[in-house]
Ligand binder design. Sequence first.
Ligand code: NAD
Length: 476
Amino acid sequence: MSEGRGRQNYIDGVWQASASPAAIPVVNPATELVIAEAVASSEADAARAASAARKAFDRWSQTPVAERIALLERVRAGIEARADELAGLITAEMGCPIGFSRAAQIGLAVGDIRATLAVAAELDDRVLGRSIVQNDPVGVVVAITPWNFPLHQILAKIAPALAAGCTVVLKPSEVTPLDAVILAEIFHAAGTPPGVFNMVLGGRETGAALVARPEVDMVSFTGSTRGGRAVAEIAGRELKKAALELGGKSANIILDDADLEKVIPAALGQSFINSGQVCAALSRLIVPESRRAEVEAIAVEAAKSWTLGDPTDPANRLGPLANRAQQEKVRQAIGGAMQEGATLLCGGPDQPAGLPKGAYVSPTILSHVTRAMAIFREETFGPVLSVIGYADERDAIWIANDSQYGLSGGVWSESLERAEGVARQMRTGQVILNGASLDLAAPFGGVKQSGLGRENGRYGLEEYCSPKAITRPIRA
Ligand code: NAD
């Protein structure tokens, strides 16, 4: 990437210098070196981007779906062609191991486009009663995204939005702006008509300015519950649609018939992957109280395979957290749980031995976590697993549902039917049975404080559609 690339926004098909002199440093969390400075765009930049998207909407919304699909195909090919560069940048920006960057960060982004294309042709009219129902695009969409799966979160929004005929202004996380800059280059090279895809760099003020613009019809936000609430307040005032993907504290229920030697190592992965910086991380391990000691022994042994260190070394499974602030938050959460009486089985709040520099946190397992503790209720967003005992199946479901959040969940059993029976009683947007891998055809999103709306596949596409009924008289 050439120097100074993060200094410009991509608006109306051209790279434009920001109206703002302010910049936000991008810091590699492993080396702690500043790798770039990205612009903190002003209200004037937000206005320019929103009006470019508005201007482009009338034409783009009328293009045949096949044309939009063809554009997304070219973007997918562009991402694949620059996959190594993108993976290296994401690792440098937010610290995840390079192997994970290639496989998951890029793999999911490509998967988002594929999942959208698989359903885009289903946007056809439906006949209901005497009416034709046409899926109109919602309009101008602002996409505000976080840093933990930066490219995936962007494409989970803008691929369906563009397929539906919306035009887009992207405001990527200020922690990870550089991969988004590459994505804008890919959109440009793919021949995207001016104004259809725009990107404005900056932090929360830039995001808030975009949401408030009168040209904008909808905001799709992924990030913290606090940020989501702020965005929803602006959208509510202006009566704009808001889709929100927020935090979680998801439960993983191990039923009493589960083969613990097989299940517990896999359950650790569902909590530690991406250093636990996953909104859907299964961070509460709910186990039969009678088998707690067995679970603890297996978990501590399995945690040793989660090697921590330099994220550019393919041997490591965990890198640093995204920044020092995130590290501090996670350390305080671990220390707080210990003070409240949780038992530390491995890891802990200290800077890991042998890694004096960098935002590292050791994979940590806490047992005897109770409902009264903050670690039971609050999202940690780090490699921290809490073990909680249950008396019987009803108790397990009750503990799982005892949360302000409801994003994901897991159930493990030798019997899939039994696991499914438990899953049906969990109050959450998604439940994973026996460690199933992510299904991008299925809806993803939360209930309660975890958000509003769904992403991925058919449901994700419908978020960006506004059904219009064209009704005929009884006798035509
Ligand atoms: P964050 O809320 O601080 O920032 C997310 C994005 O929103 C960034 O682009 C930021 O600039 C912007 N933003 C923040 N406050 C804003 C405001 N008031 N107005 C407009 N824009 C604003 O979150 P983060 O630190 O990037 O990510 C971590 C959090 O995101 C965690 O809580 C995690 O659970 C959540 N998350 C949820 C999902 C999901 O799909 N549900 C996915 C990833 C992350």
